[in-house]
Design a protein around this ligand. Structure first.
Ligand SMILES: Nc1ncnc2c1ncn2[C@@H]1O[C@H](COP(=O)(O)OP(=O)(O)OP(=O)(O)O)[C@@H](O)[C@H]1O
Ligand SMILES: [Mg+2]
Length: 455
């Protein structure tokens, strides 16, 4: 059987609904460019999002909330994702959909709490005593297993570390050998070992071992300067949820029980309220001492009208706690009932919560803007469109929705291919539009033929 020459048919990159969006597309002075970073129009909302990003970055917005409101397909989810892109990887962004809270296993407020904590980052800066250098030697010292059998037991590990200043040979405990193996350390790697915990970290492959070929997916780092044994500032970015989880794990020794446990399915341990309070206390202490820095991130709750009154009450409280993220809500509902009650409220959100929000509105798109979005989408999906097909899509979009026309693109391209063409022509769009219904015309049909359906 031949394997090497079979090419995988999976696409290198999956194209999702929002993959054309790369950021908010704002100029230096914060004004929105008409078309930039994959976004078209919607200037006011984009500028407002830009201000929000600045506020989040300067940490002036913790514990506040924002609502994106607008008709379906006007880009609320797209804008929230653009905000996430602008914030970068250092600020946590936790997206969720309102209906995610309805699980039969976990309480609604528990899910909200967990996601809130996923959205709060902590940057921990520690000066640690470390041994750092390029590994020149790595030899385990073994002796036959005292409990019998053919196995060998590692009793110590001898490791040589080289820096620009000199080389040092250390004899370390067997646990460190394990942690070196976990990090897959070999001779020629640059590593550091924390003196008091014994944890080993692989920084990368040493420069001097770099090959002339770039195929090796390894990061090459220079040989460390200074002494082997030194103090080093280590920065770690974690979220509160990471801390919860790390501390909820049963702390097992190396006994048989935990060995068995590692083969079995990892037991889902509960994160209790008590544990969270404990973590908060420690984190607050670290912040006071200047070891840790709080980085409030964003919790994005899409389709917020799916939440019910219990969740809203919880969020009200959560927004007031000291460790609170920035919450961005999005909804396309107008005036409707709040889930779990028969109170009618704007956007299906209780008035007292609404009162705490600033609202960003997204407006319907003009024909030109729709055409521009479709054009960008066609480029991302690598489709070619004839000029008059684009114009027709714009017209259809103005009567239906942006999302509908964006969705017509791929089927139309399939139709064009079946007819032996590369480019999508006006007639492909016409035919596809006649084959599929958009939400509005389907609803109209239902209303007209109501007597034929069961209701
Ligand atoms: N201004 C824009 N520029 C470029 N693409 C956009 C823009 N607005 C929306 N889109 C794209 O149009 C599609 C629909 O937008 P999106 O899903 O953000 O709408 P929405 O407001 O979240 O709608 P809903 O209320 O139904 O959730 C997506 O593919 C999105 O990427
Ligand atoms: Mg949406």
């Amino acid at each position: 059987m031949k394997i090497e020459e079979v090419q995988s048919t999976t696409k290198t990159q999956r194209i999702a609904t929002h993959s054309h969006i790369k950021g908010l597309g704002l100029a230096e002075d914060g004004t929105a460019e008409q078309v930039a970073s994959g976004l078209v129009g919607q200037e006011k909302a984009r500028e407002a999002c830009g201000v929000t990003v600045d506020l989040i970055k300067s940490k002036k917005m913790a514990g506040r909330a924002l609502l994106m409101a607008g008709a379906p397909g006007t880009g609320k989810t797209a804008l929230a994702l653009a905000v996430a892109q602008e914030l970068g990887t250092k600020v946590p962004f936790c997206p969720m959909v309102g209906s995610e809270v309805y699980s039969s296993e976990v309480k609604k407020t528990e899910i909200l709490m967990e996601n809130c904590r996923r959205a709060i980052g902590i940057r921990i800066k520690e000066t640690k005593e470390v041994y750092e250098g390029e590994v020149t030697e790595l030899t385990p010292e073994e002796r036959p297993d005292p409990t019998g059998g053919y196995g060998k037991k590692v009793t110590a590990v001898v490791i040589g570390l080289k820096t620009t200043k000199g080389t040092k040979t250390l004899k370390l405990a067997p646990q460190i050998y394990e942690s070196l193996q976990k990090e897959k350390v070999t001779v020629g790697d640059v590593i550091y070992i924390e003196a008091n915990s014994g944890a080993a970290r692989r920084v990368g492959r040493s420069d001097s071992f770099a090959t002339e070929f770039d195929l090796e997916a390894d990061e090459y780092v220079p040989v460390p300067k200074g002494d082997v044994h030194k103090k080093k500032e280590v920065v770690q970015d974690v979220t509160l949820h990471d801390l919860d989880q790390a501390n909820a794990k049963p702390q097992g020794g190396q006994d048989l029980q935990s060995l068995m446990g590692s083969f079995l399915k990892p037991r889902k341990t509960e994160i209790t309220e008590k544990l969270r309070l404990e973590i908060n206390k420690v984190v607050n202490r670290y912040i006071d001492q200047g070891i840790a820095e709080l980085i409030p991130g964003v919790l994005f709750i899409d389709e917020v009208h799916m939440l019910d009154i219990e969740c809203f009450t919880y969020l009200n409280r959560a927004l007031e706690s000291t460790l609170s993220p920035i919450i961005i809500f999005a909804t396309n509902r107008g005036i409707c009932t709040i889930r779990g009650t028969d109170i009618v409220a704007p956007h299906g959100i209780p008035v007292d919560l609404l009162d705490r929000l600033v609202i960003i509105r997204t407006m319907p798109y003009s024909v030109d803007e729709i055409i521009q979005v479709v054009n960008i989408r066609a480029q991302t999906e690598a489709l070619t469109l004839e000029e008059d097909a684009l114009v027709l899509l714009g017209e259809i979009g103005a009567n239906t929705s942006l999302r509908y026309v964006v969705q017509l693109l791929t089927p139309a391209s399939i139709l064009a291919k079946t007819n032996g063409r590369e480019a999508i022509m006006r007639e492909d769009i016409e035919e596809i539009d006649s084959l599929f219904f958009d939400a509005k015309s389907s609803a109209k049909l239902l209303a007209e033929q109501a007597d034929k359906y069961i209701s």
